[in-house]
Structure formats: C-alpha cells, structure tokens
Design a protein around this ligand. Structure first.
Ligand code: ARG
Length: 418
C-alpha cells in the first residue's frame, strides 16, 4: 500500500467478479478518492464489452474503452517472426498483457491518476506482466485481490453484502481469457489433469473431421503474412478470418501442463486456429530460405524470445537484442506457402520464394547435376572422411581395452608369483 493514498486510481476493468469488488475496496481499504475503469480491446468477444459497460454503469464507475487490436496484432506478427510458442502455447494471453498495461497507463496519465490497479490473484502470471509495465511509471500500483488476500468465496459474500452487480457470481464454470490470438480455458474440472474435457469447452473450433478439406495460400513479406489467397489483408482481419476458417477444421487446440512463472504447474486448454496456421506457414517458409545453421541458431533465439514473451517482458533489452537477430533473418522470409486444413491440422503442403536456398538440379536424383562445378563423384572423398574421428576413437578405445584385459591376465599371474 502507498504512503499517501489520494486521487484517482485507474483500474484494469473487465466487469468480472475480481475487478468489480476492487472498485469499492480501493476506496474503503486503500483510502483513494476515486476509481476509473479501463477496458482494453485486444479482440475479446463483443459481449465482454457489453458486460463491462453494464457493470460499470451499475457501479457508477467512469469507464474507458481503448481499442488496441492493431497494436496487439502487430505484436502477434512479431511473435510469428519468432515462431513464438511456450510449451506449445502461442502466447495469446501473455502478449496481450503488456499491450493492455500500456493502454491503461496512457489513460491513467491522461486522466491525471495517481495509481494503477489490477484484479489479478497472487498465483498467476498476469500480475507480473502488468506490474512489469506499470512499475516503470511514477504511479502507485495496487493489487487488491493479492494484497488483501481475498478468496472467491469472500468476494462473492462481499458482493452480495454490498449489492454489487456480479450476476451469477463467478461468471460460469470455466475461467476463460479470450483475445485475437487465443482463447484459454482453465479451472473447474480441468484442474484435474486426468479429466478429459468434452466438446463444450471449445468455442472457436469444431471437432476435427467435420469439415471438407480446404487449402489456402499465405503470402509473407519479410516474415510477416500480408496476403491471403493473393488478396492483401491487414493483420487484425487476417487473424479474425483464419480463426474462423481454420476453426471449422478443429485446427489449433492444445491441452498442456503449463509451467507458470512462479513455478506452479497449471492445466491449460487453448484454442488458437489462426496462430497455428500462421506459425506453421511461417516456419515452412523459413525452412526454404534460411541456411541450416541459421535455422539451428534461430531455434535457440526463438525459444528465448518466447520465454520473454511469456514473462510479459517484450521491452527487455534481451528481447530487443534477440529481435535484431530475428529481423536480420526475416529479410529473406518472403514468398508464399500453401496450407491444407483438415482433421485438426494446418499442414504446409507447398512453398515458394525467390530466396529459396535450394537448387532443384543439385538435389535431384535424375540429373547429373552441376552446381558450383560439384559432381556426384566429388562426394567420395567426403564419404571416406565422414565419421573418421569416431572410427578412430572407437578403435583406440577397443585397443586400450584389449591391452588392459591382456595385462590383467598376465599381470594376475605375475602378481601371484611375486
Ligand atoms: N496461463 C496462460 C498465461 O499465463 C493464460 C491464462 C488465461 N487466464 C484464464 N483465466 N484462462 O498466459
């Protein structure tokens, strides 16, 4: 808590139970004069904004809605360049948090607020991601749920007592977080890792196998998808459209045991059709245009980038340095990829680029190929040398072992006789 609580607090507001109880608590428990609510649009379903708006009205809370979809989509595209996934999760929630935190900070500064607040618990990742951004500002940071040690039961009782608008209390069976890049489902029965969820947990994807096979063509420019089936399309629209199209094929479902930043393992289910299509297509194009060693090294860089993305530290110096490398490699990631959608999969089935590090004649079985004056027979010397050191090492080891065995037999006799 802050030493001089006064003025207005900008609260990250969704209209759910946690952020709703935060509104009176910030005044009652922290002593601030006023609260404003900020909801940031990173592609949640429209009904979430209606709910937030209604709840804000009932609370008499001044409510701001900021559209950050384009900014968020840009970060998703940066993630495509980095083939960004963490333990199989394309980072939807993780990447949205710094975008949301920055948008709220901007409103807070415009409105002359003295503090920022979120409704995250002390167990998750989001508290860390929000605060990593906010603590760079001069404003105070409040985390009422965590700091007051609140439980869901307590919050529900408090809401009932105060007559707060939290109809249904906990907002349904699952805890869901949706944005352009992914829909995450956790909680309730899913907390048991052995529980096999039914189709009811999915909203973006249809059970694989229920749609006719479909192919689509993606055009990339310097690592960024810029056209779908030959038509230029901006990032937000592309993601929305692919979520729809690939979702029908059941593409992009994952069920993982996720290691959170604080060390807790959590069972997470995700839907991310567009992310899966774009990540698969991007990687397919990279496999054509990058050299073997660029690909191998980039895998390590990508993994580190995804880790920073998961941590919500997209502005860290390391992240920026990794991006310099990534950017350099992406100068060649221009071309098209054909992707087939069926049976829950988005499979790259064709790729084409002017930068292809590929010589059909050199790789072909049919031609007596010559590239850089190299002929088939030139491999003979290479084949003789290949594995030379391993063969030598194994031979040496075998010889030493044989000598030792011999010495043990001879030596045994000598020792006995002495
Ligand atoms: N575990 C994910 C992450 O930390 C997403 C959590 C989303 N929250 C939810 N209530 N489903 O990025």
């Amino acid at each position: 808590m802050t030493s001089d609580p006064s003025g207005t607090v900008a609260l990250a507001f969704s209209g759910g139970l946690d952020t709703t109880v935060c509104v009176p608590l910030i005044k009652e428990e922290y002593g601030y004069d006023d609260v404003i609510g900020v909801t940031v649009d990173v592609g949640q379903p429209a009904k979430e904004f209606d709910e937030a708006e209604e709840t804000a009205e009932e609370l008499g809370l001044e409510h701001f809605v900021v559209d950050a979809k384009a900014e968020f989509a840009d970060l998703c595209m940066q993630s495509v360049k980095a083939n960004g996934t963490y333990q199989g999760y394309p980072l939807g929630t993780a990447l949205a948090r710094p975008v949301i935190a920055n948008a709220i900070l901007e409103v807070a500064e415009e409105q002359g607020c003295s503090a920022l607040a979120h409704g995250c618990t002390g167990k998750g990742n989001d508290q860390l991601r929000f605060e990593a951004v906010w603590r760079a500002s001069d404003l105070d940071v409040l985390a009422p749920i965590r700091e007051l040690g609140l439980t869901r039961e307590w919050e529900n009782e408090y809401a009932a007592e105060k007559g707060l608008p939290v109809e249904g209390g906990d907002g349904g069976r699952w805890s869901i977080d949706t944005n352009l890049w992914s829909r995450s489902v956790e909680g309730s029965e899913l907390e048991d890792p052995s529980y096999v969820p039914g189709e009811e947990i999915y909203d973006w994807t249809t059970a694989p196998g229920s749609a006719e096979t479909e192919t689509l063509e993606l055009t990339f420019e310097q690592g960024v998808p810029v056209a779908l089936d030959g038509e230029a399309i901006d990032a937000v629209e592309l993601i929305e459209q692919l979520n729809e199209t690939a979702g029908k094929h059941g593409v992009g479902r994952s069920d993982i045991m996720e290691d959170r930043m604080l060390g807790l393992k959590v069972r997470e289910n995700y839907e991310h059709p567009a992310a899966t299509v774009l990540l698969n297509a991007h990687e397919a194009l990279e496999s054509l245009v990058l050299t073997q060693e660029e690909r191998a090294f980039k895998q390590q860089v990508d993994q580190r980038w995804a880790q920073k993305g998961y941590e919500g530290l997209v502005e860290a110096p390391l992240t920026k340095a990794l991006e310099s490398f990534i950017e350099q490699t992406q100068t060649k990631v221009t071309g098209t990829v054909t992707v087939k959608l069926d049976g829950g999969q988005a499979r790259p089935v064709g790729r084409d680029s002017d930068y292809a590090v590929y010589s059909e004649s050199a790789a072909s079985f049919n031609e007596e190929a010559v590239t850089d004056d190299i002929e088939q027979d030139d491999a003979t010397g290479v084949a003789k040398y290949h594995g030379f050191q391993s063969r030598l090492a194994n031979r040496v080891a075998a010889n030493v072992a044989a000598k030792q065995a011999e010495a043990a037999t001879d030596g045994g006799q000598t020792d006995d006789s002495e």
